[in-house]
Structure formats: structure tokens, C-alpha cells
Write a new protein. Structure first.
Length: 129
């Protein structure tokens, strides 16, 4: 499992949180799946168990997992989590479009450029010039 990028400036626990959240959004981890134990994940990642525990505590605080005493941590699987992420992404995109509009860029032109950019990425070409 490759959850940590040591070149990333974010704290390790945040990287673990984000990686597990993405696995849940993508359906790799599904409702009821048991999370790796704190100890085993810490060994696998060569990190301190307190770091993994902090990541799990954050995932639980955000509603992605729940703890069963004596059994471990499990994926919560709430459909609202994905809806909340979608709303968060839409809000960010709207904010960027408004910023573009304020400096005189056309929304239609931006959407067209974004579609071209995504098509290049999907075809394996260079990201953006």
C-alpha cells in the first residue's frame, strides 16, 4: 500500500486520510469493510502507530469510518459523503469560474479549454501548455 509521499509537504496523517477517502469515493473500500489495524498499517508504512491512529481519528471525526471496541475500524459507507464531496467540488469550480469572469475570461472558452485538456490527459498526451 502506497499511502505516503515523503516529497509531499503535508503531514503524513493527512496523506493517509486523503488516500483512504479517495479509496472510499472510488469504491475500493466499501461500507462494512474493515480497515487495516493501526499496528499493521504503521508497520506497512514504516511510520509511527500514533500517526496512523491520528489519521483514523480524523477519518472517524469526518464520518468516513467508525470504531467497534475490540474489533477495529470499519468503513461507514454513507452516500451523503460522496454528495458532500461533489458539492465541495462544485463550489470550488464555481469560485474559479467567478474569478475568471471577473478578469474577463469567457466561461464558454474556459469550459472548451478544460474539455480539450481532459481529452489530452485521457489520450496520454502532455497535460497542458
Amino acid at each position: 500500500m502506497n499511502l505516503i509521499n515523503f516529497q509531499d509537504s503535508r503531514p503524513i496523517y493527512e496523506q493517509i486520510v486523503e488516500n483512504f477517502k479517495m479509496q472510499m469515493y472510488k469504491g475500493i473500500l466499501q461500507e462494512g469493510d474493515q480497515m487495516p489495524s493501526v499496528r499493521s498499517l504503521a508497520v506497512e508504512l514504516s511510520t509511527n502507530p500514533n500517526t496512523v491512529q491520528k489519521a483514523y481519528a480524523e477519518l472517524e471525526r469526518q464520518g468516513f469510518i467508525y470504531t467497534v471496541k475490540g474489533r477495529g475500524n470499519f468503513v461507514k459507507g454513507d452516500a451523503l459523503l460522496k454528495d458532500n464531496k461533489k458539492k465541495e467540488l462544485v463550489d470550488k469550480i464555481v469560485e474559479l469560474f467567478m474569478e475568471a469572469h471577473e478578469i474577463g475570461l469567457s466561461i464558454d472558452e474556459l469550459v472548451s479549454d478544460i474539455k480539450e485538456h481532459l481529452a489530452r490527459i485521457e489520450s496520454g498526451e502532455k497535460k497542458y501548455d
